[in-house]
Design a protein around this ligand. Structure first.
Ligand code: ZN
Length: 81
């Protein structure tokens, strides 16, 4: 999980609404990287350390706990490879 400045409502006069800070999980951040590879543009402008105050992922609603559980699972499988 990271806190990211993303493209928001660009027609708004408020900078906070044009580029709101939201929490995104690592897989959504990776997805944005693929979007960048395809379209040459990114929807994430800045990535900062995760702050639990922002809650679950803005794009897919995954919580920090779910992400931690998935990582633990991945690590578990890695042991058998
Ligand atoms: Zn997500």
């Amino acid at each position: 999980m990271k806190i990211c400045s993303v493209e928001g409502d660009l027609s708004s006069d408020s900078g906070a609404e044009q580029y709101p800070d939201v929490s995104l999980c690592d897989s959504c951040i990776a997805k944005d990287g693929r979007y960048y590879d395809t379209y040459g543009m990114s929807r994430i402008f800045q990535v900062e350390a995760y702050d639990p105050a922002y809650g679950s992922c803005e794009w897919c609603n995954k919580t920090a706990q779910q992400e931690a559980d998935e990582k633990a699972e991945d690590d578990g499988w890695a042991l058998y490879e």
